[in-house]
Design a binder for this molecule. Sequence first.
Ligand SMILES: [Zn+2]
Ligand SMILES: [Zn+2]
Length: 137
Amino acid sequence: MLSGKCLCGEVNVQLAKYTSHIHACHCAMCRTWGGGPLYTVQAGTGVTFKGEDAITRFASSQWAERGFCHRCGTHLFYLYKETQEYYLPAGLFNEPSFTLESDIFVDEKASYYPLSPDTKKMTGAEIIAAFAKESPE
Ligand SMILES: [Zn+2]
Ligand SMILES: [Zn+2]
C-alpha cells in the first residue's frame, strides 16, 4: 500500500498495487498540463481517494480524464476511461527511490531538457498501438 496527498492535504490517495518503476510522458498535453513531462506511477484500478469533494475531473480527450485538487491545484491523476486504470503523478508520493523505466511520446518531447539514456523509449504511435492491443474496442 502506498499513500500520497496533494499540497493542501485535502485529497489523500491510496494505491492497493503499484510498481516502483515509473514512466515519463512527453506529449504536448502533459506538457501544457504540468509545465513539463509527466512522471507517473501506474496504479491500475485499485485507487482510493479521500477528499473526493475537492477533486475536479477534466475530460482531456475522448478516452481520458485528468483530475486535480481545486483548492491547491495539485495534479492527481490521469484516468484511462476504457479500463478505469489510473496513472498518478510520482510526486504525490513521498517516495524518492522510484526508478524511471520508460519514456513515452518521445516524438513530442520538447528540446529544452534531456532524456535519460537508460530507459525504454516509445513514440506516440507505438504507445497508442500498445493500448489498442490491451483493450480492443
Ligand atoms: Zn489540495
Ligand atoms: Zn502525456
